[in-house]
Design a protein around this ligand. Structure first.
Ligand code: GLN
Length: 188
């Protein structure tokens, strides 16, 4: 079978680490900087970074409209989760609070209980957001202090933390499973 072609938005932020992890899992990561590069992708990762910079650069390159038209699975991590929410691209029915745990001080690591995983997931939070409100179609998969930090809505997976910065590949594997599920629907 052809490897899955997964775009990694590469305008800013932690895109190399995501690409590295995707390659490790047998996918073919593609760095995305222009709208036309979204064509032919099986899925897309929007990495962490700085959400205001992301929005500015995406608008500059026309990537915001292109992302709204993109119909494949998307995995947004940290700033990537922020840009997908109701107040930014409006693609996921959640409201996200930026720097919710506090600014620099609130960068921390924790073992996270994740729905569907037997062993906890080591999660790195860096000036992380949390999910403040979720719509009815959103499935919360993990929380810290009662605040959702991992959630899924249909073909969207969002994490407040940085799964690309640990050795734990399980969340990227889950995303690739989601991509395969969606492909089987499209091809059926
Ligand atoms: N604090 C950043 C923001 O608000 C997100 C931090 C991150 O992606 N590590 O955009």
């Amino acid at each position: 079978m052809e490897p899955l072609r997964i775009g990694v938005l590469a305008v800013q932020g932690n895109f190399r680490e995501h690409a590295h992890m995707l390659r490790r899992l047998g996918a073919d990561p593609v760095e995305i900087r222009k709208p036309e590069q979204l064509t032919g992708l099986d899925g897309l990762v929007i990495p962490g970074g700085e959400s205001t910079t992301f929005m500015r650069l995406m608008q500059l390159y026309g990537l915001d409209d292109a992302l709204r038209a993109f119909d494949r699975p998307v995995f947004g991590t940290c700033a990537g989760m922020i840009v997908l929410d109701r107040d930014h691209l409006g693609l996921v029915d959640v409201s996200v609070r930026r720097n919710a745990f506090g600014r620099q001080v609130a960068s921390f690591e924790t073992d996270l209980a994740v729905a569907g995983e037997e062993e906890p997931v080591r999660a790195v939070f860096i000036r992380a957001p949390w999910v403040e409100e979720v719509g009815p179609g959103v499935e919360v998969l993990a929380e810290v202090d009662g605040r959702p930090v991992l959630a899924r809505e249909g073909r969207f997976l969002v994490a407040a933390f940085h799964p690309e910065l640990t050795d734990d590949t399980r969340l990227h594997e889950r995303f690739l499973d989601l991509v395969r599920e969606e492909l089987s629907v499209v091809r059926a």
